[in-house]
Design a protein around this ligand. Structure first.
Ligand code: WQD
Length: 335
């Protein structure tokens, strides 16, 4: 297949592009480089042994995006391009809705015009918010607690409504929890150009000496050790799950949604310990107040993807930390 990867220079998108190329697919990346660097393209080629085509554009440029799909004879799309920081979204809600929702509707309009009918949508486990049951099943009612996760919950509704109106579409939403880690080669990894906000990259910057300490956002949550609990899932598992979902599509599948994650909750303190073990360093920390929009625990029931997609063989937390450390120690200042 010729797959269009929006946001393909980003953290997940770059790992996705490697997985697609290594599986023998042709890849075109579109990215506006607002939170990524074009330097990643040569790393992707180095790992995969072949290059992706790259077009610099913002996915809200529907006309140009349609041309890329038409001229490239795109068969399917994996849509990542979006802003993704929970706490930042509380400060910039309108920017998040404009970028994430308009970006998605533009991709869907371009796909409709260009005759592309197979799409995997990068959704998020954060749409569940403060769920009543843990681990959270796909049947749980989304109760997003911040603008970021509201853009993902509403984005799913938009995809589902399109599939209802036009049965020729197959759209699968993958609700992954906290992607983390890096490609085992150490050549690509998480390198946020803007806001350094996610926990694991912050811990890696402390471990490599770029930051003095980590601030723990709240230690009084209703969790075993009082700190926030999340489901950290290896970014290569996230990439491979999108590939699996795409290859499983037979056409006219309608809308489907699956949780992608290890199904195991890991606290901030537990992740700090895992990083200390992987990097062989002591991580200094302080406790601060809770992050706006944060929930105590978020981890998913991932049996449906195992049953329906045959996707279940996840990498361990130790592999996540070892691969993240290899990337960070080989690239202390990113790309
Ligand atoms: C994890 C935990 C924080 C930073 C995620 C990501 C992204 C998105 C889903 C898919 C929380 C705590 C963090 C710090 C801390 N992916 N923390 N100190 O908030 O679950 O958001 O949503 O859609 O994976 O944006 O991830 O890594 O920012 O935080 O104590 O300096 O670590 O409170 O409990 P989060 P995160």
């Amino acid at each position: 297949m010729h797959v269009l990867v929006t946001g393909g220079c980003g953290f997940i998108g770059s790992h996705q592009s490697v997985a697609l190329l290594e599986a023998g697919h042709e890849v075109t990346i579109v990215d506006d480089l607002s939170n990524s660097k074009a330097a990643v393209l040569e790393r992707i080629a180095k790992i995969a042994g072949k290059s992706a085509t790259f077009v610099e554009l913002n996915v809200r440029d529907t006309s140009k995006l349609t041309d890329v799909m038409t001229e490239g004879e795109i068969d399917s799309i994996i849509h990542f391009a979006a802003f993704k920081h929970v706490r930042e979204s509380m400060e910039r809600p309108v920017d998040y809705f404009a970028n994430n929702i308009e970006g998605l509707t533009s991709v869907l309009q371009a796909a409709t015009a260009a005759g592309v009918r197979r799409i995997v949508f990068s959704s998020s486990g954060s749409i569940y918010g403060d769920a009543d049951e843990l681990p959270i099943p796909e049947t749980a009612t989304p109760r997003p607690t911040n603008p970021y996760s509201r853009t993902k919950a509403f984005g799913e509704r938009i995809c589902a409504d399109l599939c209802s109106s036009d049965p020729s579409f197959s759209i699968t939403a993958l609700r992954y929890f906290n992607p983390a880690g890096a490609h085992p080669s150490g050549h690509i990894g998480e390198d946020p150009t803007g806001l350094l906000s996610n926990l694991l990259p912050i811990l890696m910057h402390v471990a490599v000496g770029n930051l003095a300490e980590v601030a723990i956002f709240g230690d009084d949550f209703d969790t075993p050790d009082g700190t926030g609990v999340r489901d950290y899932v290896h970014v290569m598992d996230v990439a491979e799950s999108h590939l699996t979902a795409l290859e499983k599509m037979s056409g006219e599948d309608g809308f489907n949604a699956y949780n992608i994650g290890r199904g195991e909750g890991v606290s901030v303190l537990q992740l700090i310990s895992a990083v200390e073990k992987a990097a062989g360093v002591k991580i200094d920390r302080t406790v601060k107040e809770r992050g706006a929009g944060d929930v105590a625990s978020l981890f998913g029931d991932t049996r449906l993807a195992a049953q329906e997609l045959g996707f279940s063989n996840y990498r361990t937390l130790e592999e996540i930390c070892a691969d993240a450390w290899r990337w960070q120690s080989q690239n202390p200042d990113g790309y």
